[in-house]
Design a protein. Structure first.
Length: 326
């Protein structure tokens, strides 16, 4: 049995890919920047090698002897004073992975893209056929477009790649960036006085790990698959979370969009001066105002993928988060 390499294994996507692979008794190697962090977060059965996707030599060393590669590493959507990091990690790191995979004749390259690379207007459904042509509105989105294009171009050079496009994740596993898991904990602690307007599509993190492995095993080269359970307005999501937490609290009110935009603009102006993250990053607001609805029909039909319903996923997530934070 050959070795399967996973990048981004200490993040929410990569962690659950590792779990899905180990459940199948695969030999898994993880490329990690910190061996200490990797040992703390990942199962003992997952072998660790130190390196970084932006370091071509370490990528080649980590990939040596591997037959399958899962590239889930990336810098997530958040505010950064120097936005060059998105290009360096998401695009440059992906190019290093692609070049090494072509050089070492990898049997299957499973790439974690994002739903952000698709095109749709507010209120519209979209599927895997609607890739955006124009540059997206944030540095993160544009970097993910560039990375996706790098993998797509490599298909013509023989890269046996498949593409996964997860929605907003929640669920068991580590994460260094703010997200739905943090939102759950803040609601539990009473730290959410008001909600942002809009919403976003969601998916349970273990389902994303499983979807990646199913794509490796069942997809044709070049296949794309949206992994999303459903779209939720933030107010509706907050109501369900409070119910699953067993808290009889009113759902926080939604901030008017004009006020939110003003706060975000002033916050980012001040963040550029102080170097501290703004209260409301423009990228987060931009994502929540997209309000388009991804369809998961293709993943269900071809991969046999079946997402966990929201309430069941929240029950498992809440149990995990409360135990972890106890």
């Amino acid at each position: 049995m050959d070795i399967t390499l996973v990048t981004g294994a200490t993040g929410l996507v990569g962690y659950n890919i590792v779990a899905a692979l180990l459940q199948r008794r695969r030999k898994v190697r993880a490329l990690v920047r910190s061996l200490e962090k990797g040992r703390r977060l990942l199962p003992l059965d997952c072998k660790l090698v130190r390196g970084d996707v932006t370091d071509r030599d370490s990528v080649e060393r980590a990939m040596a002897g591997c037959g399958v590669v899962y590239h889930a590493a990336g810098f997530p959507e958040q505010w950064m004073k120097n936005t060059d990091i998105f290009e360096r990690v998401n695009v440059g790191g992906t190019r290093n992975m692609v070049d090494a995979a072509l050089q070492q004749h990898i049997r299957r390259f499973v790439y974690t893209s994002t739903i952000d690379v698709f095109a749709a207007a507010a209120g519209q459904e979209y599927d895997e056929s609607l890739l955006a042509v124009d540059p997206k509105g944030t540095p993160y989105e544009r970097s993910k477009q560039g990375a996706d294009q790098a993998v797509t171009a490599a298909l013509e050079n023989g890269l046996p790649a498949v593409f996964l496009h997860p929605a907003g994740l929640y669920g068991p596993g580590p994460s260094d960036s703010p997200g739905t898991n943090e939102f759950i904990l803040k609601l539990h602690r009473g730290q959410v006085p008001m909600l942002l307007p809009g919403g976003f599509p969601m998916v349970f993190a273990p389902d994303v790990g499983e979807g990646h492995v199913l794509a490796e095993l069942k997809s044709d080269v070049g296949g794309r698959y949206i992994l999303s359970e459903g779209y939720y307005a933030l107010s509706d999501l907050a109501r369900v979370i409070l119910e699953e937490l067993g808290l009889r609290k009113r759902v926080p009110p939604v901030m008017p969009i004009g006020i939110v935009k003003a706060v975000a603009a002033i916050g980012e102006w001040w963040a550029d001066i102080t170097g501290k993250p703004p209260l409301i990053p423009k990228g987060q607001l931009h994502f929540m105002q997209w309000q388009a609805f991804p369809k998961n029909n293709k993943a269900r039909r071809i991969l046999g993928w079946s997402p966990t319903p929201l309430r069941r996923g929240l029950q498992q997530t809440i149990a995990y988060l409360l135990e972890k934070s106890a």
